[in-house]
Write a protein that binds this ligand. Structure first.
Ligand code: NDP
Ligand code: MG
Length: 378
C-alpha cells in the first residue's frame, strides 16, 4: 500500500480518510489542517507523520502542543504546498476546503503524484490549469466525490461515455419553492438528510450549487461536454451516479451512502479491499429518480452556463459562492440572497469581467474580485 499525505485532515473527509488509513494500515507521512489544534495534535500522536502543517495563526500554540514529538512543523499556504510536493508519499489526499486547494494540487500534479481528490472547488475554478498540470507531470487524479467515484468505477473498461446521470439527493429543501427558501436559516441548511458533511458543502447541497460544482467537476475529470451530464434527483442516495454508453447500456454504482467507500477506492485503486461501510440490502428499498426545479434553485443553471462560457467564469462563480456561503453561515445574508449575489457576480451589470484562456494569476485574481464583489454588496 502506498504512503499518503493528507490535506484537510481535521475535516469531514479528512477524518474519514484517517479512518480508512487506520482500517487498512496505510502509513500517513504528512498531515495538514487550518485551525483545529487539538484534533491535529491527536492525529499526530496516533499516526506519527514526518511533517505537519497548520494555519499561521495557530502555529505557536500547535508547536507547543506537539513539542515532544520531534515533528517537522510548517505553516500557512506555503506549508500546504510543501506538504503536497513532499516525496515521502506517492499519494496526496486533497480534502482541503475551497479554492485554497489549487496551488497544492498543481504542485502535487507536477510531481507526478496520485491525487485522491475531494476538493471540487479547485477543479471548478482552475479546471484546465489542473488537468494540464496532471498531464505535464504524468500524475493521476482519482475522484473521491461519491458521484465521480461512481462514474469512475463505471468506466473502467474505458468505453466512450454517451451520457452521465449525475445523481443528487436534492438536499433538505427538495420540492420547496422560493418563498420557503427565503426564510431558511444556516441551522436548517446544514442538516442534510443523507450525508454528514462539512458546513460549506452542506449549504451547497441545500442550494443545489453542489450539483453545479459537481457537473463542472465531471466535465474536467471525464473530458465530456456539459450537455452530456444530466442531473437527476435521487432522494434515497443509494445510486451514486450512472453512465450510459454508446450502445445505450447504462451502468450504475450503488451502495449505502458512506464516503469511506469512495475515499478507500481512490486509495486502493485499481484494487478493492474490505471496508467499514454497511452492506446494501435491496429488499424494501424504493429507488426514485426525479427532475429538479431550476427556477427555485437557480445556481445549478448558473453553473451550466458558466462551464459553457468557460474561461475564468467558473472561478468567478466559485469565488462568489464561497464568500456568499461564508456570509450566510455567519447570519449576514439570507439563503436566497446568496443566489442573487453569486448570479450578479457572474452576470450582473457590474459583474467581474470574463477572460478566455486565463492564466493561474488570472484565476487567482478573478477569485479575489468575485469575493470582493460579494462583500461590497453586504
Ligand atoms: P470541512 O469543513 O469538514 O473540512 C475542511 C478541512 O480543510 C479542515 O481540515 C480545515 O482545517 C481545512 N481548511 C480549511 N480552510 C483551510 C485553509 N485556508 N488552509 C488549509 N486548510 C484549510 O470540509 P469537508 O471535509 O466537508 O470538505 C472538504 C472538501 O471535500 C470540499 O472541497 C468538499 O466539497 C469536498 N467533499 C466533501 C464531502 C463530504 O462528505 N464532506 C463529499 C464530497 C466532496 P480546520 O478544521 O483545522 O480549520
Ligand atoms: Mg458529491
Amino acid at each position: 500500500m502506498q504512503n499518503i499525505s493528507l490535506l484537510g485532515s481535521t475535516g469531514s473527509i479528512g477524518t474519514q480518510t484517517l479512518d480508512v488509513a487506520r482500517n487498512l494500515g496505510i502509513r500517513v507521512t504528512a498531515l495538514s489542517a487550518h485551525s483545529n489544534v487539538r484534533l491535529l495534535e491527536q492525529q499526530c500522536r496516533e499516526f506519527k507523520p514526518d511533517v505537519v502543517c497548520i494555519g499561521e495563526e495557530k502555529y505557536n500554540e500547535f508547536k507547543l502542543a506537539v513539542n515532544d514529538l520531534g515533528l517537522k512543523i510548517l505553516c500557512g499556504d506555503e506549508g500546504v504546498v510543501e506538504i503536497a510536493s513532499d516525496d515521502r508519499s506517492e499519494t496526496l489526499v486533497n480534502a482541503v476546503l475551497g479554492m485554497k486547494g489549487l496551488l497544492p494540487t498543481i504542485a502535487a500534479a507536477e510531481r507526478g503524484k496520485r491525487i485522491a481528490f475531494a476538493n471540487k472547488e479547485t477543479l471548478v475554478a482552475g479546471g484546465k490549469l489542473v488537468t494540464d498540470a496532471v498531464k505535464r507531470g504524468n500524475a493521476t487524479l482519482l475522484p473521491v466525490d461519491s458521484e465521480h467515484s461512481a462514474i469512475f468505477q463505471c468506466i473502467q473498461g474505458k468505453n466512450k461515455i454517451k451520457r452521465i446521470w449525475l445523481t443528487g439527493s436534492g438536499g433538505p429543501f427538495f420540492g420547496k419553492d422560493r418563498g420557503f427558501l427565503k426564510d431558511v436559516t444556516p441551522e436548517m441548511a446544514v442538516k442534510h438528510p443523507k450525508w454528514s458533511m462539512g458546513k460549506k458543502i452542506s449549504v451547497d447541497s441545500a442550494s443545489l450549487m453542489n450539483k453545479g460544482l459537481e457537473l463542472i467537476e465531471a466535465v474536467h475529470l471525464f473530458d465530456v461536454e456539459p450537455e452530456q451530464v444530466q442531473v437527476v434527483i435521487h432522494p434515497q442516495s443509494i445510486v451514486h451516479s450512472l453512465v450510459e454508453f454508446e450502445d445505450n447500456a447504462v451502468l450504475a454504482q450503488m451502495g449505502m451512502p458512506d464516503m469511506r467507500v469512495c475515499i478507500q477506492y481512490a486509495l486502493t485503486y485499481p484494487d478493492r479491499a474490505p471496508s467499514q461501510a454497511e452492506s446494501l440490502d435491496l429488499f424494501g428499498k424504493d429507488l426514485e429518480f426525479r427532475r429538479y426545479d431550476g427556477d427555485a434553485f437557480p445556481l445549478l443553471e448558473l453553473a451550466k452556463r458558466a462551464i459553457k462560457t468557460g474561461g475564468n467564469l467558473p472561478a468567478i462563480m466559485n469565488g462568489a459562492n464561497e464568500e456568499a456561503v461564508a456570509q450566510f453561515l455567519d447570519h449576514k445574508i439570507g439563503f436566497t440572497k446568496m443566489f442573487e449575489l453569486v448570479i450578479d457576480a457572474c452576470e450582473g451589470a457590474s459583474a467581474v469581467p470574463v477572460i478566455q484562456n486565463p492564466t493561474l494569476e488570472d484565476i487567482l485574481a478573478s477569485d479575489k474580485s468575485a469575493r470582493e464583489y460579494v462583500l461590497s454588496r453586504i
